[in-house]
Structures are given as structure tokens and as C-alpha cells.
Write a protein that binds this ligand. Sequence first.
Ligand code: ADP
Ligand code: NI
Length: 222
Amino acid sequence: MSEREQILRHTEAYVREQMRGEGTGHDWWHVHRVRGMALRLARDESADPYVVELAALLHDVADHKFHGGDETAGPRAAREWLARVDADAATIEHVADIIARLSFKGAGVPTPMSTPEGAVVQDADRLDAIGAIGIARAFAYGGSRGRPLHDPDDAPEMHDSFERYKSGGGPTINHFHEKLLLLRDRMNTAAARRIADSRHRYMQEFLAQFDREWNAADSFSD
Ligand code: ADP
Ligand code: NI
């Protein structure tokens, strides 16, 4: 096994251990999906698969949302781990930079990725937040925070959405309007835009059906 393969194997084992039992949609399988998607996108973009795989594997270790809002925890954890397994300095810098840009979030805050490796990891992470899996993750996350599914008295149009997103705490349906429906237009690569388009339409259909059921409007033809 090459040295790089060994580093990848070790990293995967480390991340699996770190993320075991995570119940907010940030579990190992999220990382697994992001890695698979990022590596597929990487082929079209001639991105270095080694950096892509490491960044995808490490991208949610020490996520700032679970570290008191500390935005530097993620890149720092990645850096420490990669130094421990003797990754080369250029790889460590590149992976830490990708993770720093990934974890810097918020509607209206652009997070430009300066390399193709960063672009595909960011696209893969965003793609996992939309479509059927994105819907499942949003409700899992909302549930973990004790949030209602939906509240017509606390609907997105009643709030400044960016402030609402920052403060969090709203019903999960609001999260679609605050973030998930905005992701399609934020993709970096052409392939991700195509995939996002179909996942986006699926979410719109879900929201329309949710609304029909909420109002019992699917029960009667009038
Ligand atoms: P990642 O770290 O994978 O980029 P996030 O940390 O932003 O994604 O969020 C993880 C998952 O939880 C995503 O699917 C996201 O949509 C969901 N999520 C984050 N914030 C909220 C929220 N306020 N309400 C519902 N779902 C949320
Ligand atoms: Ni993620």
C-alpha cells in the first residue's frame, strides 16, 4: 500500500470513530456520501483526488456549530490529524484551507473556493443538504434541537430571513427558505448544478405537497 493510501485508510478510521452515533445528520454516512460525490465531481474538474478525499473525510470533524461557534476548530483539528499521520505540508495547508472556507457559513456570506479541489468538496457537501436526503437531514437536525416541523404563525415571510437563519431556532420548514432553496444557485461546477437542479425541484414538490396536506387540500376536489 502506498503512503498516501495508508494516510487515507487511517483518516477514514479516525473519522468513523469521531462521528459515531452522531444524530443530527452529521454522521459518518454524510461524510461517506460527500466523499463519493466529491470524488465523482473531481474527475470532471481534474481535481487532485488525494486532497479531495482527505478534505471530504475531515470536513465535519469539529464542526463549529458543535464547538461553541469557533470557526477555527475544524481546520485546526484537520491540521493536527494530518500532521500526526505525517501528511506532506502542502497537502495539510490545502486541506485546512478548504475546511476553513467550507465552515464559514451564512446566507449572504460568499465563501469562494480558490481551487478545483475545494470547489468539488463544497459542491458535494451542499448537494447532501438538498433533495430527499437534504429533507431528511433538515428534519433530523430540527428534531435534535426540539424544533417544530412547521408553524404558520412563524413562517419565513414573517421574518428577515438572514437574521432568522443566524439566530436559528425556527421551525424546520423555514430552513428550506433560509438556506436549502438557495443552494442550487451556489454550486461551483457544471455537474453539481445539474444534480442540484433535479434535487431542487424535488424539494419544491415536497414543499407543495406538505402545504396541500397541511391544509387538507389533497383530500377533496373542489
Ligand atoms: P454541513 O456541515 O454538512 O455543510 P450544516 O452543518 O450547515 O451542513 O448542516 C447540517 C445539516 O443540518 C444540513 O442538512 C442542514 O440543512 C441541516 N441544518 C442546519 N441548520 C438547520 C436548521 N436551522 N434547521 C434545520 N436543518 C438545519
Ligand atoms: Ni458536511
